[in-house]
Design a binder for this molecule. Structure first.
Ligand code: FE
Length: 188
């Protein structure tokens, strides 16, 4: 009888653990952008991400005033520009890609490559501190969203089918970025 009660309690605990981990209360945020090894992920509550403090925090109404409707849709409402339509898809010039919302340095032209996807693709962000990666379960898929680390704006997604040396494909909306050609000229 005693064994039976212990077994029952243990089963209950396992069930409780299963349901609490499956309820979607928390998501994974990658705290290192060089590797997606699980040790670099830390679990955070969804509310923690929503309240995540960025260096630049603006009300939606301010972003709406500053950005074009097309930029707002992608950067602040996590939209996606049409494939093969973006202004940087075929840009082969040397320079820096910065956040269209806040000017944060995101990607450098020497990590840009032609992925054939129809969106500008990079195998690495400019720096560890350039972007934040967040698990995205929208549209019935599990993807990793790429966000500007300075202002929290949506940039695109990162996939595991990129080239060497990282094997990553940062698939980024052109409209989320501006291109800084002069910075590259000044010194690199
Ligand atoms: Fe930004």
């Amino acid at each position: 009888m005693k064994k039976y009660i212990i077994f029952l309690l243990a089963s209950l605990l396992i069930l409780l653990f299963f349901f609490s981990s499956e309820s979607g209360k928390s998501i994974l945020v990658n705290i290192s952008h060089k590797s997606d090894s699980l040790k670099n992920y830390r679990e955070v509550k969804k509310t923690e991400v929503i309240e995540m403090k960025y260096q630049i925090n603006k009300h939606d109404s301010e972003w709406e005033k500053e950005l074009t409707p097309e930029q707002y849709k992608v950067l602040r409402e996590r939209g996606t520009e049409q494939q093969f339509s973006g202004k940087f898809y075929k840009n082969h010039e040397t320079g820096d890609y910065i956040c269209a919302a806040c000017g944060n340095l995101l990607f450098k032209s020497d990590t840009k490559y032609n992925s054939g996807s129809g969106w500008p693709s990079y195998w690495e962000p400019a720096a560890d501190s350039s972007v934040v990666l967040v698990e995205d379960n929208s549209f019935g898929m599990t993807r990793t969203e790429v966000i500007c680390a300075r202002c929290g704006s949506h940039l695109g997604h990162v996939f595991d089918d990129g080239p060497n040396p990282t094997g990553k494909r940062y698939c980024i909306n052109s409209i989320s970025m501006e291109f800084d050609k002069d910075t590259a000229k000044k010194g690199k």
